[in-house]
Design a binder for this molecule. Sequence first.
Ligand code: WT7
Length: 635
Amino acid sequence: MTIQIQNKEEYENIYNRSVNDPEGFWGEMADTFQWKKKWNKVCQWEFDTPDVKWFVGGELNITENCLDRHVATKGDQVALLWEPNEPDAPALSYTYKELLAEVCKCANALKEMGVGKGDRVCFYMPMVPELAIAVLACARIGAIHSVVFAGFSAQALADRIIDAQAKMVICSDFNRRGQKFIPVKQVVDDALALGVDCVEKVIVSTLDSENTTVKLTGDKEVWWHDVVNHQADTCPAETMSSEDMLFILYTSGSTGKPKGVVHTCGGYMVYTCFSFRNVFQYKDGDIYWCTADIGWITGHSYIIYGPLLAGATTMMFEGVPTYPDAGRFWEICEKHKVNQFYTAPTAIRALMAKGDHFPEQYDLSRLKVLGTVGEPINAEAWHWYNDKIGKGNAPIVDTWWQTETGGIMISNLGGITEGKPCFATYPLPGIQPCLVDKDGVEVSGNDVEGLLCIKHPWPSMIRTTYGDHNRCKQVYFSAFAGKYFTGDGARRDEHGRYRIIGRVDDVINVSGHRIGTAEVENAINEHDAIIESAVVGYPHDIKGQGIYAYVITDGSIDDEAAFHKELNKVVTQFIGPIAKPDVVQVVPGLPKTRSGKIMRRILRKIASGETSNLGDVSTLLNPEVVQAVMDGAKK
Ligand code: WT7
């Protein structure tokens, strides 16, 4: 089994080793997995192109490492625990043996339906066990999964299906979230009607095959239970090269459409397992729960792959933190005796706002490590999490990473290296962060700030953006030669610990969800009355960042509240409800540079309530609009 660091000194030694001899170090880590054929070179890389390969020449199947190899030693241990939306409905559990059987059945169904190695399968599903099972089934047969968060709209789903040229869509009939009953299959129907012609089959799962109101039409659509249940429960694991694609996951950037981040088999396997074991300090018999949705990278790496590779018991939750009330997370922690709990600052803040009496009702004494991810955690939320949930006994791991990094990059290791409120602290072994100034000059020493880059490849890093390698190069490897640029600003304190300040590009982080301002603008611009728009983020008490839209209209708007609702509707149509603007301000003009570029810096300041220190506005093409925008600011 992959190494688990036991104390601070060992961390330091291993870190130094990983930097001085990365190939030796990662070769040893990779040796703890089951390979069909050993690699002949640990790492081969070049950042300019970029061209990064790990465990070159190696062959494996990640599901043999997630499942088969554990069946021999812990076949009857629970691999996947599932807690349903309804608190009084029964939880489900799958042992390693059972999960392997279910994955094989699904894999056989996929094969029977013509899905093979290299084909793309798109998922649009709630948090039900079938999602994890089918994702692993794809990996079993070498098909590439592309999971789309089920909160995205039909249009957003269609864009992603088309970009990946997916041959199959796997969805459910409905999504039950709290008291909402969301018609998932309907969204898929709507998406497929938007000019999608690559999809040959749609598999629909249901939690209630007797009573579902969804009716399938045509021979394209099949029920999960009709195609999966009768299959044989063994299926050979396809031989994959280390660098074969494992999955695509779409994420937003500062420009254009979301891009498909590509991860590959070998390196992703080694790093997600390594980081899971070390950050969460999972011990045999522990129950681990990450509340993320599998539609995001956190769910891929730390609900499915990392924990299963490590032979852990991983829990998946169908519902929401506030149903039936704001004690649900803590009730589940007590009920399933959760030992490691991993969530997002936005959830912590939302639950903190509901009062201490919710966590106080439950026995949280089994919690050993608490995790946070997705956005900077503010001091107040950190302390509440530490005091009211961990009772001072469960170290908080503040894990900084990205869809593109595949796994946790900077974090303290639970109980092993010390945390510090609002600091992700130190890099994991093998990770070499650095700070640069805007000219790309490395900022050395401590107690400094800069743009966060990574100097050396790590096994689970992004390989390409699907179908557009040049975009990968432009976005991540061109800003600063020879370095991967994260898009984040960071500070390094006097002891070399990192604090992530936030995005320095036009990406907003709303409740831990990444949204590109350009995407929201494009959606808003679809409204007939819009001449031009500019979208920025602003500090929001619960969501971390809210969405502030400045819009120039054709003058036809007289009811601003109704207009805001209409804009919400178009944004929901083109992206999904997560991208709805919190604030809409109609402005007479937008501050622009002489070359016509919108000065977002000024708009960001106004949106966050600043009325002075707007910086130099004299170089603007239209300095007079600044006052007008300020006068109309909504706060
Ligand atoms: C962006 C990546 C990684 C899984 C969830 C988000 C921000 C992430 C932290 C943290 C401060 C954080 C960064 C990063 N972020 N973790 N612990 N502290 N900021 O993945 O959607 O790819 O977003 O989330 O700004 O660049 P993502």
